[in-house]
Design a protein around this ligand. Structure first.
Ligand code: SF4
Ligand code: SF4
Length: 181
């Protein structure tokens, strides 16, 4: 097997210290405001790419960032028990998945994914977390160069619409839209 070309890539990490989180949800507010159209025009935590799983009676708060879109539910599930409480399966999963409404645009149902606040010097949820439950790190890693480019947000959105409505319907809609222009 031939070895692929190696390159250096910056890995961005948000470290989550759940013991420090007080459940204020400032991270959800700023994330949704930053990603609003136009930017900062609204703040709706339902649109955030981070959500805080909360159990105030036990003083447990666990921030979870939105990960990849997945077209199908996974068959393997995780069950967490924290401080004696058993949490629902999938509670801490990062995926935008058909089994639930988490990490989806409330109006369109399109998947949401954390983009590390691309363009900012530091993720905004980290900046807004006053108790340092979220901290940011960057490191360099050597990786084998991928031949295929990862899907961008537009492609992920189109893929999720195609999964939901079928590719033909999506293509018809795009064709109708282009005729209206
Ligand atoms: S801003 Fe920090 S303390 Fe507040 S909910 Fe988010 S992670 Fe927790
Ligand atoms: S890094 Fe940015 S996009 Fe990701 S959860 Fe934090 S505020 Fe949202």
């Amino acid at each position: 097997m031939s070895e692929g070309k190696k390159k250096t890539k910056v890995v961005k990490v948000i470290k989550i210290n759940a013991d420090k989180c007080n459940g204020c949800r400032a991270c959800e507010v700023i994330c949704s405001a930053y990603h609003a159209e136009p930017k900062y025009s609204s703040a709706n935590p339902a649109r955030a790419r981070i959500r805080v799983v909360r159990d105030p009676l036990r003083d447990i708060y666990v921030p979870v960032q939105a990960g990849e879109y997945t077209p199908a539910e996974c068959l393997g599930r995780d069950k967490y028990i924290l401080d004696g409480k058993e949490y629902d399966e999938c509670s801490f999963c990062r995926a935008s998945c058909p089994s639930r409404d988490v990490f989806k645009e409330p109006d369109s149902g399109l998947p949401l994914k954390c983009d590390m606040c691309e363009g900012e010097d530091e993720p905004l949820c980290v900046k807004w977390c006053l108790v340092d439950a979220l901290t940011y790190e960057e490191r360099e890693e050597e990786v084998v160069e991928e031949e295929e480019q990862p899907l961008d947000a537009l492609e992920v959105g189109l893929a999720s619409l195609a999964d939901k409505y079928g590719l033909d319907k999506v293509l018809d809609a795009v064709a109708r839209m282009s005729l209206k222009e």
